[in-house]
Ligand binder design. Structure first.
Ligand code: ADE
Ligand code: ZN
Length: 335
């Protein structure tokens, strides 16, 4: 057990890097496959779990897109989101900023509204019944074209006031931030916050592009920034948050041992790093387990863990007043 399991459990936390489709547990996948009468390659939980063994990001993505093929109805998206929220509640998550991948659904003829309304109704219910606040981030798939991204932006227009921002995910190498520079400039004009996955597998240059050319508000992962001293200085000076995902990094061979996680070095260098779960159903743990895993591997101090929880709110898209309330709640726990 992690030395700080009790402290980790008691601290209020925000989750800033969570793909709702990546919280699709195999139990639920099997039950929705039956409900929707869809054939899937797994017959048992054991078979599903045995397949969750990845050598890189693409091997995971292939299974991730296959798994979500089972999601068809608004109720499916509601149930998926609700299951995540109840699990997050158990880890004392108070606020979540959730990615979803509409193009992975619309390209198989599941309507944008079906997906979005299912997720939003569960998020509203989560605030009422669980006290978890939330913001939704619409993510573009970077293996598709910028024109496809513009088409999604247009299709999503009736819901624009329901998203806080946009993201960029899927296969990183060969799909640099620059490929989407006009799309993200348009999103900025529309008032969206900008997030991009960068430096998960891709080189530090991709993080540099996202930060300096696109002007993102948050970098998702950002591991490979640590190879570039000048980039570390920019991250330190700008305090652009990094959403690290330790168990994801380990599962996708971004690191080969949790001892190689950059979280402690990033804290020590004054970067605004946060700990998150990414795709918890595939990577072996929700946010609490991710905190425990870095604690165990890196020997974090009480102060480090408290800093990670504070960073999760500071790095969020909440208002300054909302952030201050959450930080006071952390102070009260610590006292
Ligand atoms: N989509 C879901 N999880 C992802 C990850 N870790 N990297 C890129 N795209 C993703
Ligand atoms: Zn991610």
């Amino acid at each position: 057990m992690a030395e700080h399991a009790d402290l980790i459990a008691r601290l209020p936390k925000a989750e800033l890097h969570l793909h709702i489709e990546g919280s699709f547990e195999p139990e639920m996948m099997l039950s929705l496959a039956e409900r929707n009468r869809i054939d899937i390659p797994f017959k048992t939980l054991e078979e599903a779990k045995a397949a969750y063994n990845f050598n890189d990001l693409q091997e995971f993505l292939d299974l991730y897109y296959q798994g979500m093929n089972v999601l068809r109805t608004e109720q499916d998206f509601h149930d998926l989101t609700w299951a995540y929220l109840t699990r997050a509640k158990a880890d004392n998550v108070r606020h979540v900023e959730m990615f979803y991948d509409p193009q992975a659904h619309t390209e198989r003829d599941v309507g944008f509204g079906t997906v979005t309304e299912g997720i939003l109704s569960a998020l509203e219910r989560g605030e009422k019944e669980l006290g978890i606040t939330s913001k939704l981030i619409m993510s573009f798939l970077r293996h598709l074209s910028e024109a496809d991204g513009f088409a999604l932006l247009e299709e999503s227009k009736p819901w624009h006031d329901r998203f806080v921002g946009v993201g960029l995910d899927s296969s990183e190498i060969g799909h640099p931030p620059q490929k989407f520079s006009r799309l993200f400039a348009e999103c900025r004009k529309l008032g969206f916050k900008l997030c991009m996955h960068a430096g998960e597998e891709g080189p530090p240059e991709y993080v540099r592009e996202a930060l300096l050319d696109i002007g993102v508000d948050r970098i998702d992962h950002g591991n490979r920034s640590m190879e570039d001293a000048a980039l570390i200085e920019v991250l330190k000076d700008t305090q652009v948050p990094l959403t690290n995902c330790p168990l994801s990094n380990l599962s996708l061979c971004v690191i080969h041992d949790l001892k190689d996680s950059p979280v402690k070095a990033q804290l020590d260098q004054g970067l605004l790093v946060t700990v998150n779960s990414d795709d918890p159903a595939y990577f072996g743990g929700y946010i609490g387990r991710n905190y425990e895993a870095v604690d165990e591997a890196l020997g974090l101090s009480d102060a480090d863990i408290i800093q990670l929880a504070r960073n999760s709110f500071v790095g969020s898209f909440l208002s300054d007043a909302e952030k201050a309330d959450h930080l006071s709640a952390i102070d009260a726990i610590v006292a």
